[in-house]
Every structure is written in structure tokens, then in C-alpha cells.
Design a protein around this ligand. Structure first.
Ligand SMILES: Cc1cc2nc3c(=O)[nH]c(=O)nc-3n(C[C@H](O)[C@H](O)[C@H](O)COP(=O)(O)OP(=O)(O)OC[C@H]3O[C@@H](n4cnc5c(N)ncnc54)[C@H](O)[C@@H]3O)c2cc1C
Length: 502
């Protein structure tokens, strides 16, 4: 199937708005902007390519592109670092792809009021490199830290690995400017005031435009928290003879009430087995080690020292065995190197093949973790029995609450997939399994996505089940803000809003 070409008059107008060097229509530019790291039906690649790519440099250009899209009734899809795992930046109805990577400037650092204002194309690593010599950081810290961008973090309402101490994207972004689906430009925060953290004025619109997967507009500028650089960091890994021992200890660490606690992670038995088998970097653990927990803390030296002592006391009381400094520090420090994970893997028989990685990322309460774990592994085992192209790479759970970790956990099951063998039968089985994994999360009182978004094939079918009447409100909001359905159409079942109207 060939990609439908865009009207030349539309392309000419894009060139007039953004400049010739910022409009791409060549095959490789289009095909590269269709790809994402999540499993992708490669055998149907052409169905997901844009018709033109623009790289704007200003809010005015983005606004003019969106207004043109409305006149020409062509879809517009925002794309930042393209590391999203929910297909949000995949142009499933073709159209104009707005790549924000050239909007990467730091516009203002305000040391007095503790804010930094940026364009959406900057990544957190570069931002923090600029801030650190000044004694600050921007602590939105996903595993994709070096490659995801501020615009995409807002588009997904991202999860930060050190959120227990510093909060998630939604907590760290104070306000932002957004080009609405009609091309109008507004600024949203809790209320008004670009640098105001708490306001009771009107609706809390920041949250409506946080995590919408590019369906409600394109963020063109954001004002973020400037956080004092912590003096000290503490990380410790502990080993356990069973998952349930590690699960109980994880709960105790997370409920400790320590203000420096940034996160607690729990690796289950299948994850430890996978690491032993597949990860050359994993320092071999003795055979009795079946499950692992990890704790991380940040703050001033005195508070971290005292907190670390308390963590060691809790560990001792819960039968934990310290895994040693090499694992504790080495593994925590390499948390940002995980972006290579989707790029390779091995089959269970040890055969080295190109295996893609996929993870479901539900939010599950602590009390429900053992039951959910059992059901999820069963679903993936069933897939493995039917197709040798899937592998179970284990589960992990990560404290999900910002500032007060302890209740619910981002819970992922990682699945290896031998993508070169994809065909329609395998893809359909995969989509069914994803839907069932999501259903288990909802049935246990959870949410099917804690950080990536739930707009992929499979789980998206259950959005009305998870949100109930909230999904009807979503459709109404979409129809009002995007009357022509140009802004990232086809996502989150939102086409239904227009079908119902018709
Ligand atoms: C190895 C790996 C590890 C990961 N670890 C984490 C993790 O720890 N925590 C986590 O939260 N995620 C993680 N992710 C997922 C991904 O990095 C996040 O979802 C991230 O927030 C996406 O940012 P991005 O810049 O790549 O956005 P993209 O993938 O380009 O876009 C994501 C969504 O945002 C929309 N969007 C992009 N730019 C804008 C804009 N300017 N305005 C409005 N909407 C926009 C897009 O349309 C799309 O729907 C990981 C991914 C990988 C591959």
C-alpha cells in the first residue's frame, strides 16, 4: 500500500510557514517518523507513515501549521523524542507530523522564583547538565532520560524513577503553553500565573492537557521546577529467597515515611531468572536469590545518612540480605542505560536473536500484586506455549505515589518478541494478550497504565471499562476542542466522539 501524497498546495504552504529546510517529504524522513520502540507490526509499516514532516522553531509556526491542517482537513501528529511506548506519536491516519526537536532552547532560568522555562524539544539530561553547575537539577528522571523530551513527557504524563522524593512530570511542570487543535494558543497551569504552583482560580486545566497523547494540542513552551541539587544519594539492593518475602519487605520500605525516599523497586522471580540468563551486566547472584528489592534516597547529607540507617534497620527486621555495593550502586547508576533494552535479546534456549521488548505498565496496589503477578505470568506463558516467538522477561513493581510512596506501584511485565517472525496470527494473539493483561489490572482495582498511556491496540478497547462515565466526558471535551478531528486522530477511541455526533 503506497502512502497517499499530500496536496502540493498544502506542502507549499508548509514550506512558506516553516522554511524549506524544515519541511521533509522524502521516503526515509517519513518512514523513520513512523517507528517507535514498542512492538510494531513491521509487516504493515506503510499504514503508519506521515505524508510530510515539519520541524518548526516557534509557537507561531506550530499554530500556523495547525490552522492549515484545519483548513485542509489533514491530521497533525506531535512527536518529541519518539520513545513513547503507547504509539501516541505514530501517525495512524497519516497527515503532517510536527517534530518538535528543533524547539530545544532554554528560555529562562529564574533562580529567585526557582523555575526554568524551556521549549518542548529539550531533553532532561541536557537540561540538568546546564543546571548542575548552578546548583540545581530538573529531576524528571525516566529510564529514557537521555532520549525522551519535555514535550513528550507532558504528552504522556510521564513516570519518574525518583518521584517518591521529587514528584512526576505532572508535579514538576508548573505551567505550559499549548497550541490547541484549532491553532489558538493558550497557557495552562493550576490557575493563572506562569510560575504559580498552587492556585484555586477556575478549572485546573494543566491536568486536562497532561497525558493527552497529543490529542488535545501541541505544547510549545513549559515552565518547570528548578530543584536544589541534592548533596547525597543512597541506593541499596537486597536479596530474598522468594517473591513473597521480597514483596513484604518492599511494603515495609515504602511505608517507612522517610522524606528522602525516592523509590522502592521489586524484581520478581522471573525477572531475576531473566537477568541471570540474558543480562551480561548483571553480577551473578547465588542460586538461593530468587527476588530482589532496591531502595533509593536523595537529599542533604545529614538526612540521607539518617534515612539510610533506618532503611538498613527495616531490611534486617524483614530478613533481607544486602546485595553488596557493586550491585547497589552500579545497577542504580546505570538506570538510564536501559534504553538499549528494546534493541536486543536472547531466546530461552540461548539463541541470540533480535528480540523486541514490550512492557505493560499498570498501576496496582500493594495488596493486589501477588494475585496480579500470578495471572499475568499465566497469560504470557500461554502465549509462549502457542508461539516460540514470545518470551517472559519477568516483572517489576515500582512505588508509584509522588512524595508519599507506599500504596500503589507501577507494575510492568516485560515480554520479549521475535519481531522478524511477525505475521497476522501472531500479532492478533499478542494484541489479545495485552488486552487480557490490562483487564486483570482493572479487575484488581488498578489502572492499565501508570506511565506510558493506554492508547495501543488491545488495551485501548478497555478504556471505557476503566474510566466509566469519564470516557464520555473525554469524548465531549475532544469534540469541543477539536471540531475537525485533526489533532492526532484515531487515538484513544476518540473517533467515536465524531461518529456519535454524525
Ligand atoms: C527504554 C525505555 C525506557 C522508558 N522508561 C520510561 C520511564 O521510566 N518512565 C516513563 O514515563 N516512560 C518511560 N518510557 C517511555 C517514554 O520514554 C515516555 O513515554 C516519554 O515520556 C515519551 O517522551 P518522548 O519525548 O519520547 O515522546 P514521544 O514518544 O515523541 O511522544 C509521546 C506522546 O506525546 C505526544 N507529544 C509529543 N510531543 C508533544 C508536544 N510537544 N505536545 C503535546 N503532545 C506531544 C505524542 O503525540 C505522543 O502521543 C521508556 C521508554 C523506553 C524506550
Amino acid at each position: 500500500m503506497a502512502v497517499p501524497t499530500l496536496d502540493t498546495a498544502v506542502v507549499d504552504e508548509l514550506v512558506a510557514i516553516c522554511g524549506e529546510e524544515n519541511v521533509l517529504t522524502g521516503r526515509s524522513a517519513l518512514f523513520n517518523r513512523a517507528r517507535v520502540p514498542a512492538p510494531f507490526p513491521l509487516h504493515r509499516w506503510e499504514q503508519f507513515t506521515p505524508q510530510a514532516v515539519v520541524l518548526p522553531t516557534s509557537t507561531e509556526q506550530v499554530s500556523a501549521v495547525v490552522k492549515l491542517a484545519n483548513r485542509a482537513r489533514v491530521p497533525v501528529v506531535p512527536r518529541a523524542g519518539a520513545t513513547g511506548l503507547s504509539d501516541g506519536a505514530v501517525p495512524i491516519r497519516h497527515g503532517i507530523l510536527v517534530d518538535v526537536k528543533r524547539m530545544d532552547k532554554i528560555l529562562e532560568i529564574d533562580v529567585d522564583d526557582r523555575t526554568v522555562t524551556v521549549q518542548p524539544g529539550i531533553n532532561m539530561m541536557k537540561l540538568s547538565q546546564r543546571l548542575q553547575p548552578l546548583g540545581f537539577i530538573y529531576p524528571d528522571d525516566p529510564a529514557s532520560y537521555p532520549c525522551s523530551l519535555v514535550g513528550g513527557r507532558i504528552g504522556t504524563s510521564g513516570f519518574s524513577l525518583i518521584s517518591g522524593r521529587f514528584g512526576h512530570t505532572r508535579d514538576l511542570v508548573i505551567s505550559f503553553e499549548i497550541v490547541l487543535p484549532t491553532g489558538d494558543v493558550i497557557r495552562v497551569g493550576d490557575g493563572g500565573g506562569r510560575k504559580i504552583r498552587k492556585s484555586s482560580s477556575g478549572y485546573q486545566l494543566k491536568h486536562l492537557f497532561m497525558g493527552h497523547q497529543g490529542t488535545l494540542g501541541i505544547v510549545t513552551e513549559a515552565t518547570l521546577e528548578l530543584v536544589t541539587r541534592p548533596e547525597a544519594e543512597f541506593s541499596a539492593f537486597f536479596s530474598y529467597p522468594s517473591y513473597l518475602d521480597a514483596w513484604r519487605a518492599t511494603g515495609e520500605f515504602a511505608r517507612s515515611g522517610l522524606a528522602t525516599l525516592a523509590g522502592v523497586v521489586l524484581f520478581d522471580e522471573q525477572k531475576v531468572a531473566y537477568l541471570r540468563r540474558d543480562d551480561e551486566a548483571w553480577i551473578p547472584a547465588p542460586d538461593w536469590v530468587k527476588s530482589i528489592t532496591a531502595v533509593a534516597m536523595y537529599g542533604q547529607k545529614d538526612e540521607v545518612r539518617a534515612g539510610a540507617k533506618q532503611i538498613m534497620r527495616i531490611a534486617k527486621a524483614n530478613g533481607s540480605t544486602y546485595a553488596g555495593d557493586e550491585v547497589s550502586q552500579g545497577d542504580w547508576w546505570s538506570r538510564h542505560d536501559r534504553y538499549a533494552t528494546p534493541l536486543h535479546g536472547r531466546t530461552r534456549s540461548g539463541q541470540a536473536v533480535l528480540m523486541s521488548w514490550h512492557c505493560e505498565d499498570a498501576a496496582i496496589n500493594h495488596s493486589q500484586l501477588p494475585a496480579v503477578r500470578e495471572k499475568w505470568h499465566w497469560i504470557v506463558d500461554d502465549l509462549r506455549r502457542r508461539f516460540d516467538t514470545f518470551d517472559d522477561w519477568g516483572m517489576f513493581s515500582y512505588t508509584n505515589g509522588a512524595f508519599r510512596p507506599g500504596g500503589d506501584y507501577l507494575t510492568e511485565i516485560d515480554v520479549g518478541i521475535w519481531e522478524q517472525r511477525y505475521d497476522e496470527e501472531m500479532w492478533a494473539a499478542w494484541v489479545d494478550a495485552k488486552r487480557e493483561i490490562a483487564r486483570v489490572a482493572i479487575e484488581h482495582g488498578g489502572s492499565m497504565s501508570s506511565c506510558h498511556g493506554s492508547c495501543r491496540e488491545g488495551e485501548v478497547d478497555l478504556l471505557p471499562l476503566e474510566l466509566g462515565g469519564g470516557f464520555d466526558v473525554m469524548k465531549k471535551v475532544k469534540r469541543v476542542l477539536d471540531p475537525n478531528n485533526v489533532m492526532n486522530p484515531g487515538k484513544y477511541l476518540l473517533d467515536q466522539a465524531y461518529e456519535e455526533e454524525a
